[in-house]
Design a protein around this ligand. Structure first.
Ligand code: MN3
Length: 196
């Protein structure tokens, strides 16, 4: 088995002007592709070759973990983006309001987390079994699946996600990201956690 780069779920120019085609060509076609290529080289002719990506994320470390997790994280990130946007459905809205106080307060929490995520990393909305929703930051390739959390939404805050379009202005990228959130995907992820 070998891992493959998923197609973007939208045209490469569909997110302009928030995320440019040039950013997507590099981010998806070069950065993400490189993680996939490295992952395939690392698992080739090893027992890891028959394992799922999720299993590699749960059980490996070092370069193998980094490339497996970056493949997973990016595949998930593309699905979190859509030119159609949308909104949280009633079930998710209720849960967000219960946890954060209001939808605006959730946005503030998420944006502040993404802004303060030091260095390269990812900012997530997760469902934590038995506890509810939480916003968590991970560094480098790290993924909440390792902690038993289920990712619902992610923002890539590595500089390669925004430096072409925003240079050092991460705050502007995050605000733009917010306008592109694929809420249909987030709603589905939340529903799947609660089997409804
Ligand atoms: Mn990235």
């Amino acid at each position: 088995m070998s891992f493959t780069l998923p197609e973007l779920p939208f045209a490469a120019d569909a997110l302009t002007p928030v995320i440019s085609e040039e950013t997507l060509r590099y981010h998806h076609g070069k950065h993400h592709q490189t993680y996939v290529n490295n992952l395939n080289k690392l698992v080739e002719d090893t027992p890891y070759a028959s394992e799922s990506l999720e299993s590699l994320i749960q059980t490996t470390s070092g370069a193998l973990f980094n490339n497996a997790a970056q493949h997973w994280n990016h595949s998930f990130y593309w699905q979190c983006l859509s030119p159609q946007g949308g909104e949280a459905d009633s079930m998710l809205r209720e849960a967000l309001t219960q946890t954060f106080g209001s939808l605006d307060a959730f946005k503030t929490t998420f944006v502040n987390a993404a802004l303060s995520n030091f260095g390269s990393g990812w900012s997530w909305l997760v469902d934590r079994p038995g506890e509810g929703l939480a916003v968590v930051n991970t560094s480098n390739a790290n993924n909440p699946l390792r902690d038993g959390d289920t990712p619902l939404l992610v923002c890539d805050v590595w500089e390669h996600a925004y430096y072409i379009d925003y240079r050092n202005a991460r705050a502007d990228y995050i605000e733009g990201f917010w306008s592109l959130i694929n809420w249909v995907f987030v709603n589905d992820n939340f529903r799947r956690c609660h089997h409804s």
